[in-house]
Design a protein around this ligand. Structure first.
Ligand code: ADP
Ligand code: MG
Length: 658
């Protein structure tokens, strides 16, 4: 007798279970997918002990015919595909016919089911893959699957299970996200006696997001709406070869997660892990959030079933796209546009305002009163008086007539788009800080006891749109611009703001081919490492397009003859080193566009005004105006926030006025 044997069905099922049933959440996933495939509109899931003791899923789907109830537990038994071509056009979540036999081989399973067209239902009980009971029984239409004692007969697997809480968290996350993929269906998830999720059918994804995460989460999210994209067909009047649709929610850049756990990708409503889509997502956030952080994303990509191969992995969590790079670019650009359109802003983190009930002990209070310096009432009254005409005339002009004054100064100091702010710039007008006190916020201040007028309390979410109306108040630590708008107080990081402005200017100049460069009197000579040399040869053309005219100058040495107008000659070497590093690190994987963005970020960072630098009012105003023009003014190319806003609502709250 030979040495090879065909494995028993039982063993084959246990092997398949190793791939399909990794943990309780994978059982829930398979059963949930079956219920959805069966057209259920109401799905209830009961869990005990994190899924180890019990997983029960009750659906109102099509149910199974009596003849099918047992057959479903045969390996490769499925009602979802019949022939090979079906494999490339899969419209259901399941198709492999492996889940039920796999789960049944590693648990004590009970199936109760009845199909619409039959008057009596069936019950099947299977213990560790062995049929224990199979009989007829009255049952409402639909299917109930109960899985008890998962892995009771494979102790090795049981050992790998994590704590009850961890397993439960996986289940909850899975059910939550399938509920988001199917807003029109009711879902309920219970653990023992506690209800973890219960959502009624709704019309729109937005409402389901609200049901699941609450209204506050919606403030942090951008609704993608429905973005379509078609692959052109052959010939002029041809139908499109394929169409893709993207919908869902992504977080605004101020939401930054330290891992990918908040990214949920669905392709044709199937929850998947996919490197291509993950990459498109991070490319969309490139330069908007710091490199090691991740957004929240709930993305639904829908397309013709023929466009994706779902038969890649037994757990069906991976897919292969026919037109991978098309999909990648479509998703990246759609997300990026949505991010740009939303232009939100970080708000100033506020500590909890003190509890009004907490008071100092009376004695302490009087004691402190007694120790206080006597108040100079005259000076105090003086402060309250409105300014006289003469006093107003003495105020720095910058405060009273910002538009006029600044327009003039801008013409003097800044030549068009390419500004050169040098480090030795001295303020021409009195320091901006001097202007702080006389500026009044554009708010109606009520009398001391009155309530704040309602119309002044702006409920709108913070937006960078008001940037155009910002009125500069001064500079803090010679690093941050303080400004006021109708909706609050703003703090703007001058370096980061300028970096964002230059970054966009540089990209715009490249896009329009209007790059301004300056000739260096003495070329800068750079010695490159072999790695840098290889990259240099590859990107020399890009460098030229960016305003760096270079030429080889001996072995692994280059001469830099021109640099972009915004760049100081002494920064050329540092910038080129940075660019070559980006190219070395990323070029092989990322697109030319990403390389360009990296180059622009590097130029912008080096050319931007620094912190600890005094700015005259004209420059402050220039920065604010240019920032307002930015497509994406809220963060620097490296993802740091540009501005913080202390919203009027928060101010009022902190003063206990609302
Ligand atoms: P697959 O889903 O890949 O077809 P499964 O092993 O998960 O394989 O299920 C086998 C078959 O059992 C399915 O094809 C389907 O016909 C039937 N089935 C499973 N679960 C349900 C359910 N909840 N309602 C109706 N039919 C079901
Ligand atoms: Mg299935």
């Amino acid at each position: 007798m030979g040495r090879i044997q065909v494995l028993s069905d039982d063993l084959a099922n246990k092997i398949a279970a190793g791939e399909v049933v990794e943990r309780p959440a994978s059982v829930v996933k398979e059963l949930l997918e079956n219920s959805l495939d069966a057209g259920a509109t109401d799905i209830r899931i009961d869990i005990e002990a994190g899924g180890r003791r019990l997983i029960r899923i009750i659906d109102n789907g099509s149910g199974m015919l009596r003849d099918d109830a047992l057959l479903a537990f045969e390996r490769h038994a499925t009602s979802k595909i019949r022939q090979t071509p079906d494999l490339f056009n899969i419209g259901t979540l399941g198709f492999r016919g492996e889940a039920l036999p796999s789960i049944a081989s590693v648990s004590r399973l009970t199936l109760e089911t009845r199909a619409e067209e039959e008057s009596i239902g069936s019950v099947v009980e299977i213990n560790g893959g062995k049929i224990f009971k199979c009989e007829e029984r009255a049952f409402p239409r639909g299917t109930t699957l109960t899985v008890r004692d998962l892995f009771f007969n494979v102790p090795a697997r049981r050992k790998f299970l994590r704590s009850e809480q961890t397993e439960l968290a996986h289940i909850a996350s899975l059910v939550t996200h399938y509920s988001l993929a199917h807003p029109d269906k009711a879902f309920e998830l219970r653990h023992g006696n506690s209800e973890l999720l219960r959502v009624a059918p709704v019309d729109a994804l937005r409402e389901r997001v609200y049901q699941v995460f609450g209204s506050r989460a919606l403030d942090d999210l951008i609704d993608l709406g429905s973005q379509q994209c078609a692959v052109p067909g052959d010939g002029e009047d041809a139908e499109p070869a394929a169409t893709y649709q993207l919908s869902g929610f992504i977080s605004r850049p101020q939401v930054q997660k330290s891992n990918r756990n908040s990214i949920f990708l669905f392709v044709n409503r199937r929850l998947i892990r996919d490197r291509l889509l993950l990459h498109a997502l991070s490319a969309a956030y490139h330069n908007l959030i710091p490199p090691a952080s991740y957004p929240f994303a709930l993305l639904f990509l829908d397309c013709d079933a023929r466009e994706v191969d779902v038969n890649v992995h037994p757990s069906k969590t991976e897919v292969r796209f026919q037109r991978g790079s098309f999909v990648h670019d479509f998703v990246r650009d759609a997300l990026r546009e949505a991010l740009i359109r939303s232009r939100p802003v970080s708000s100033l983190p506020l500590r909890e305002s003190p509890q009004p009930g907490v008071r100092l002990p009376y004695s302490d209070f009087t004691q402190r009163l007694q120790q206080q310096e006597p108040v100079d009432t005259n000076a105090a009254l003086e402060l309250l008086k409105p300014l006289t005409k003469e006093q107003e005339a003495q105020l720095p002009e910058f405060v009273l007539k910002p538009q006029q004054q600044v327009a003039q100064a801008a013409r003097l100091d800044f030549s068009g788009e390419s500004i050169a702010v040098t480090n030795d710039a001295q303020p021409a007008t009195p320091p901006v800080a001097a202007a702080i006190s006389p500026v009044k916020l554009q708010l109606k201040v009520p009398d001391t006891h009155g309530a704040f007028p309602r119309e002044a309390i702006l409920d709108a979410p913070p937006s960078m749109e008001v940037l155009g109306d910002l009125r500069p108040l001064g500079q803090l630590q010679e690093s941050f611009i303080i400004a006021a708008s109708r909706d609050g107080l703003w703090i703007i990081d001058q370096h980061v703001a300028h970096e964002r402005i230059l970054f966009e200017q540089v990209l715009r100049q490249w896009a329009t081919g209007k790059v301004e460069s300056q000739q260096l009197l003495i070329p800068v000579i750079l010695d490159l490492t072999p790695g840098q040399w290889i990259e240099y040869e590859r990107i020399a053309e890009q460098l030229l397009a960016a305003g760096f005219e270079t030429e080889p100058f001996g072995q692994r040495t280059i001469a830099v003859k021109t640099v972009p107008a915004a760049v100081a000659p002494q920064e050329a070497e540092a910038i080129l080193n940075e660019i070559l590093e980006i190219a070395e690190g990323e070029m092989r994987r990322v697109s030319l566009e990403d390389l360009r963005r990296g180059m622009a970020a590097s130029i912008a960072c080096r050319a931007a005004i620094k912190i600890n630098m005094r700015l005259d009012p004209a420059k402050v105003d220039y920065l604010l105006r240019e920032l307002a023009k930015c497509e994406y003014p809220m963060s620097c190319p490296h993802g740091r926030p540009v501005a913080l806003r202390y919203g009027i609502r928060d101010i009022l709250k902190s003063f206990h006025r609302i």
